[in-house]
Every structure is written in C-alpha cells, then in structure tokens.
Design a protein around this ligand. Structure first.
Ligand code: GTP
Ligand code: MG
Length: 149
C-alpha cells in the first residue's frame, strides 16, 4: 500500500491545528501507520530538506522547522501521496484554494503549517528518515471495505 510522510510543522502545533489536520486525513479514509510528537534537530531538518540546500530560505526553513515540537506522521492509502498534496493546497498559502489545509489556516509561505511528501519515491525516503521500522504499523481498518471497493 502507498504511504506518505506528513508533518504538522511547529507553527501548526503552536496554533492548535494537530487535531484538525489529523481529522481531515482520518475522515478522508486514509489510515495512520505511524505518528510521533517530537522536536527535530536542525541537522535532521537539513537532511530532510537537502534538495533545497541552495535556496536562500534554506537556513531559515531548517531553523523554523527545528524551533519547536512538530507532529510527524505516516499515512497510508491508495494515491495518498498525490491526494495529500491536494488536501494541503499549494506551497504558497495565497495560491491555495479555500477548503484546502493551507487555504484555510495560514497566510505566509514561510509559515505554511504542514509538510507532505511530493512523490512516492520522496515519501519512501522521508518515511525512512523520520521513522524506525518498529514505529510503523501495518493494521487492518475495520471499515476498510466501506472505503475501498
Ligand atoms: P513541504 O511540504 O514543506 O516540502 O512544502 P512544498 O513541497 O509545498 O514546498 P517546497 O518543498 O518547495 O519547500 C519546502 C518548504 O520551504 C515550504 O513548505 C515552505 O515552508 C518553505 N519555502 C518554500 N519556498 C519558500 C520561499 O520562497 N520563502 C520562504 N520563506 N520559505 C519557502
Ligand atoms: Mg516539498
């Protein structure tokens, strides 16, 4: 089954949006397979965002992401990587449609409250970076046959 890495960023945690974000993924029908409340080190964030290392906002981004606790999550379901990105909205909250997470809850690109993997390959890399195998769970949702045909 396809999995993606989602994080409620430190600003989302400070603003009390963990529950709201979990609720949206749960109600959609996706299945949580890992979740932890933690504070990432700046080193860890540098690794997570290594593809953006040459961007001018990279140092500030890694500082912001390590400035307080975040909620790291792994979610599973058919097409979850792409659908999660749609549910999140655009990188720039101003371009995000109302109804999307960023469209509803934030204003600035540098405080956009949620992270989601941008492709299946990236998701697998990110899940391995954030979770130990024993922190991830494969389980059967009781309502599976009511969500998937
Ligand atoms: P993530 O899910 O966090 O990876 O966002 P994304 O995939 O929508 O965007 P991208 O990977 O290109 O950028 C990662 C994060 O860097 C964004 O979510 C923003 O928080 C931040 N970021 C991107 N572009 C800018 C920018 O121009 N200025 C600032 N301050 N931050 C930026
Ligand atoms: Mg990204």
């Amino acid at each position: 089954q396809e999995r993606t890495f989602i994080a409620v960023k430190p600003d989302g945690v400070q603003r009390g949006l963990i529950g709201e974000i979990i609720k949206r993924f749960e109600q959609k029908g996706f299945k949580p397979c890992g979740m932890k409340f933690m504070q990432a080190s700046e080193e860890h964030m540098k690794k997570h965002y290594e593809d953006l290392a040459d961007k001018p906002f990279y140092p500030g981004l890694c500082k912001y992401m390590s400035s307080g606790p975040l909620c790291a999550m792994c979610w599973e379901g058919t097409g979850v990587v792409k659908t999660a990105r749609k549910m999140m909205g655009e990188t720039k909250p101003a371009d995000s449609a109302p109804g999307s997470i960023r469209g509803d809850y934030c204003i600035e690109i540098g405080r956009n409250i949620i992270h989601g993997s941008d492709a299946v390959e990236t998701a697998n890399k990110e899940i391995a970076l954030w979770f130990k195998p024993e922190e991830l769970f494969s389980w059967t949702q009781g309502n599976h046959s009511w969500i998937f045909e």
